[in-house]
Design a binder for this molecule. Structure first.
Ligand SMILES: *Cc1c(COP(=O)(O)O)cnc(C)c1O
Length: 385
């Protein structure tokens, strides 16, 4: 089976992990700050805080903004459940913004309309979490202008987008946001097995995130509430978590980072070949906004179901039978049973539901071979004609 996504691990990557295994520290050693510093420098952000995964980074991002009961957080209806769950962890309520049918990202027009209504009702969000779907940046300049006008904070869920660009900066620069979160799950662009990163230009937010990442405990005497009892002394200043990344993972991440630009270049090349080879099939191919360069986490096609004699489930199975590991991103979060119980109706965000009906993710990863890609193209052609 050719999977829709998978990791690419080199001999250098394996050596980097092995070196940590032979060192003094498997966790809380030097590899974590080295990975943080390298990724912050790559993205052009002032601070990076490594975490156990992107879900924990999103949770920390909400915590450091002080999001809690009575607050509202909005995100895209076309995302993984974690982008919404992070606000619920803090006791806040979640709402969604429907998508732009061209980019499948949160629609700035829908966002602005919803903000206008919320201002009249007194229900403005404390934070908005735009998700850079498939690796393509949301229009952050426009969202940031709305944030100033309506007074909300911005957390970019860039789980799909490390290595991508927006305007003249790397995604993760936080030029138009308070924080950006990346995921290093194996299907994402670079991996640490499990892992995540929170980036910010705000020193206070970074310090608070680092504190909450490790139980809310500090050994820094300058922030303690009383004099140290001795060199063993530490204080718990807040209720935190164990959301740490290990040194084994950080060493892998630092090594993967050396390949990031090559991975993106290869992903882009594969996407361009799909663009050409699939253009005559009854498919809507991904479209790119001129303001950015996607990291190409996913290649999503929309089936033109009105021109097809089979339904999506049948086509999906037929592709799997041909060894093509297709997938679907995403089942709109508001249609999940848990969110339905919170009162959401499928018709609340119709663009994301219409998109979901037709969307299909086809294989794309850095070492997908030309032969494998031809197999995907031939399989799709056979099944769709
Ligand atoms: C993968 C993903 C997450 C969660 O990432 P983990 O590292 O697995 O916690 C969150 N948001 C989006 C959009 C994702 O794709």
């Amino acid at each position: 089976m050719i999977p829709y996504g998978r990791q690419t691990i080199s001999a250098d990557d394996r050596r980097a992990v092995d070196a940590v295994l032979c060192s003094d520290f498997l966790t809380q050693g030097p590899a974590v700050p080295a990975f943080e510093a390298a990724l912050a420098a790559y993205c052009g952000a002032a601070h990076a805080v490594a975490t156990a995964n992107a879900t924990s980074a999103l949770h920390l991002a909400c915590r450091v903004l002080g999001i809690g009961p009575g607050d509202r957080v909005w995100t895209s209806s076309n995302t993984f459940v974690a982008s919404a769950n992070c606000a619920l962890y803090c006791g806040a309520s979640v709402d969604f913004v429907d998508i732009d049918p061209v980019t499948y990202n949160l629609s700035v027009e829908r966002l602005e309309e919803k903000l206008d209504r919320a201002r009249m009702d007194g229900t403005l969000p404390k934070a908005v979490i735009p998700v850079h779907f498939a690796g393509q940046s949301c229009p952050m300049r426009e969202i940031s202008a709305l944030a100033k006008r309506y007074g909300f904070r911005i957390i970019e869920d860039a789980s799909h987008a490390v290595g991508g660009d927006y305007l003249d900066a790397k995604i993760g620069s936080c030029r138009y946001s308070d924080m950006t979160v990346f995921s290093f799950h194996p299907v994402k662009i670079i991996t640490t097995g499990e892992g995540g990163m929170l980036l910010t230009n705000d020193t206070e937010l970074a310090e608070r995130a680092a504190l909450l990442r490790s139980h809310g405990i500090t050994r820094d005497a300058t922030v303690m509430t009383e004099n140290s009892h001795g060199d063993w002394y530490y204080q718990q200043l807040d209720l935190g978590y164990n959301y740490r990344l290990t040194d084994l993972q950080a060493a892998l991440g630092l090594s993967q980072l050396q390949s990031l630009d090559a991975f993106i270049a290869r992903r882009r090349e594969i996407a361009e070949l799909y663009d050409r080879a699939l253009s005559d099939l009854p498919l809507l191919l991904p479209r790119q906004h001129a303001d950015g360069r996607s990291a190409w986490h996913l290649y999503v096609v929309q089936l033109q179901l009105q021109h097809l004699h089979s339904d999506k489930a049948t086509l999906f199975r037929a592709l799997k039978e041909r060894g093509i590991g297709v997938n679907v991103h995403y089942i709109p979060v508001h249609t999940q049973p848990y969110y339905q119980r919170l009162g959401f109706k499928a018709e609340d965000f119709p663009e994301s539901v219409a998109y979901y009906r037709a969307a299909l993710t086809i294989p794309l990863y850095a070492h997908l071979s030309p032969e494998q890609q031809q197999q995907v193209i031939a399989g799709l052609t056979e099944v769709l004609r």
